[in-house]
Design a protein around this ligand. Structure first.
Ligand code: NAP
Length: 281
């Protein structure tokens, strides 16, 4: 039997409608949501991501400002811009697109962003709040995954959740969010022994590694919910970390790539910006 598809494209469209309505209400009250996106250098992939974020903001009726800085920007200049944005009351969210050029210290830059405007949720205060179960901003990708699970009606309490990949921006916060909803969580990394046996126990399997098609149908528990965060390009075509064709024959639910987690990530950036405005009132 073939798995049911969780369409990030459809869920994101519906959430964005609600966000646009709320943005219009806030604008009428004189609090138009404002997001500043900072891009340093000429990385083509970063440029595409930034353009998509700015365009999503504009469609939702937000004020959106993009700052483009040259590759040789100094640390002081970048920190100075972030401080200026921290002090700007028309800006509720600040996003510095990563990765930064090698001579810049991204840790220092992220820590300069006011925790109250850190809509990416990467600031150490926000990571700490998430860890202690009192999240302010949730990192957008794991937040999007949680929204997908919630809107699909997946029971998390008592479920065996396995997260593959333990980065600070996806895997670790994902594990925390699942744990807080009552799942029993296993977090795997590149040193995990016998990854297959961990996967086969999972009622909910979230894969965020960056290796095309590494999770195949034989690694999946029948009926499991499979969330594929990976974005890879093979022969010019996008694919995830899960081998969709074999996995969909075993899983109960599955997200496609493209059209799965990706559209949810930008949507949750908009959601975090709305939450920032509401908290500032
Ligand atoms: P990352 O920082 O490179 O982290 C990868 C993680 O995978 C690490 O924790 C690494 O383990 C682990 N790993 C590597 N090989 C493994 C293996 N064989 N078995 C188990 N774990 C393994 O990557 P990321 O930023 O989290 O991104 C992961 C993927 O998600 C990428 O494809 C990225 O493009 C995609 N992504 C998608 C979205 C979206 O919106 N859909 C957003 C963000 C990222 P160690 O810790 O031991 O090194």
């Amino acid at each position: 039997m073939s798995a049911q598809i969780i369409s990030g494209t459809e869920l994101a469209a519906s959430i964005r409608e609600t966000i646009a309505t709320r943005a219009a209400e806030l604008t009428t009250l004189g609090h138009k949501p404002g997001l500043a996106v900072v891009l340093v250098g000429d990385d083509p992939a970063s440029r595409v991501y930034v353009r998509n974020k700015v365009s999503a903001c504009e469609k939702a009726g937000f004020k959106s400002v993009m700052y483009e800085m040259p590759e040789n920007t100094s640390q002081d200049a970048l920190v100075g811009l972030v401080q200026q944005l921290n002090a700007d009351p028309s800006i509720h969210g600040i996003l510095v697109q990563l990765p930064l050029p090698k001579h810049l210290d991204s840790h220092v830059v992220i820590e300069t962003i006011s925790a109250a405007k850190d809509v990416d949720g990467f600031h150490i205060s926000n990571a700490g709040l998430l860890m202690t179960g009192k999240p302010l901003f949730r990192p957008c990708t794991p937040y999007g995954v949680m929204k997908m699970l919630e809107l699909t009606g997946i029971e998390l309490r008592g479920a065996e959740a396995v997260v593959i990949g333990a980065s600070n921006i996806v895997g670790k916060p994902q594990a925390m969010l699942l744990l807080q909803q009552g799942a029993t969580v296993t977090l795997c990394n590149s040193k995990t022994k016998d990854l297959k046996s961990h996967c086969q126990r999972a009622d909910i399997l979230v894969v965020a590694v960056g290796r095309p098609n590494m999770i195949t149908g034989d690694m999946i528990k029948p009926g499991a919910v499979v969330i594929d965060v990976g974005i890879n390009r093979v022969d010019g075509k996008l694919c995830g970390d899960v081998d969709f064709d074999s996995a969909k024959e075993v899983a109960g639910w599955i997200t496609p790539v493209p059209g799965g987690v990706g559209p949810m990530t930008i949507t949750m950036l908009l959601q975090n910006t709305i939450e920032a405005v509401e908290r500032s009132l």
